[in-house]
Design a protein around this ligand. Sequence first.
Ligand code: AMP
Ligand code: GLY
Length: 429
Amino acid sequence: MRVLVIGSGGREHALCRALRRGAQKGTHLRLFCAPGNAGIGEEAECVPLSATDVAALADFAERERVGLTIVGGEAPLAAGLADEFARRGLPVAGPRREAARLESSKVFAKDFMLRHKVPTARYRVAASVEEARDILRGGEFGDAGSPVVVKAEGLAAGKGVVVARDAAEAETSVVEMMEGGRVGGEAARRVLLEEALAGREASLLLWTDGRDYRLMPTARDHKRVGEGDTGPNTGGMGAITAPGVLDEETLRRAVVEIVEPTLAGARADGLDFRGVLFVGLMLTDEGLRVLEYNVRFGDPEAQAILVRLQGDLAEIFDAVARGRLGETKVEWSTDASACVVLAARGYPEKPETGARIGGLEEASRVPSVQIFHAGTARAEDGSYLTAGGRVLGVTAAGATLDQALARCYESASHINWDGMHFRRDIGRF
Ligand code: AMP
Ligand code: GLY
């Protein structure tokens, strides 16, 4: 079987590793990754094509007779990769462009939730700074001293959401987004103003083929760069899966109130959703609310989730692509897991690159630890250099969350480079 993974981060490294592991029992797997990274190069043949060069990727898949393509991130999906592959008869596990709008347009997602009665924060859409100002002054989201959330409509690589302390700060954020170039012009043509919710967050991910679905273990990520949830937002400094993230009753409610109405709504709207759906949840005193949809695995949630997968990941994604998930068993080890991200000095604002990474071999000898590369390059002497903000994701499963975390931190203690930093409080919530 020939499989192509699209992307270049820690998430894609975890996907490649899980695909390799699943194929151990006899099937011959030829694995490609476009564009990949230095660590991925150990598991897959890296193909120097951009993840959003849809036509070139489809040409490659045709030429190499790729039997299954798995898309890591949202940008290729928003660029219509699944549509082009489907047009050429190439099996692909990832939603079409129209379905990917559940992530690429926050206005589309909120209107979808409203239409299909999926619980979410109250919101208004503003197409100009003046309109946003009027809404903020109207008092719908509380008085001038109440917190309010400002979101750019489009994809903004983590920079598009501000939880403002009061109306004045919200107004400043609106101006920065719509006029100040804080996010790309197109992404902030419209903004959402949202009721600020309070509670704990959880990430619920699932595979769906448009009809059936299979839940993954619930996860929690840590978005702030600093310990105690301080400092700017990042792509994610760590993630865990553990029974405590969502108790059984809450999970049952999430399925009935959110997962099933979402999938039924997508079908009713004629959205062809095949792939991974990621539901960002807030557990408020009034019940569950959806913060956002993503149409793909999270990074680093994928790393923490996939180390618990038993069985063959290619088989699952193949069933997703071909609409046969109903016949497919998905099994997890019963334990917990954690991923601790090791980042470069300056991340997230201006990460330094080019530092030599030491201690990787000792680190990978810690039992049941897997180290995923997010931003590394190979030096001429074969050693690894840092090449991005998030550099490595040290990941482990364990019988308990404490055990998984202890393995990650023991492994991380062997790794070093000039400027390396990580959070020591992953999973402590
Ligand atoms: P999103 O990209 O929509 O998930 O937003 C990023 C983060 O902003 C979330 O993980 C939450 O921590 C926070 N957030 C988003 N929407 C709200 C809201 N309505 N109330 C409070 N916090 C929010
Ligand atoms: N870790 C959050 C995300 O991938 O969106």
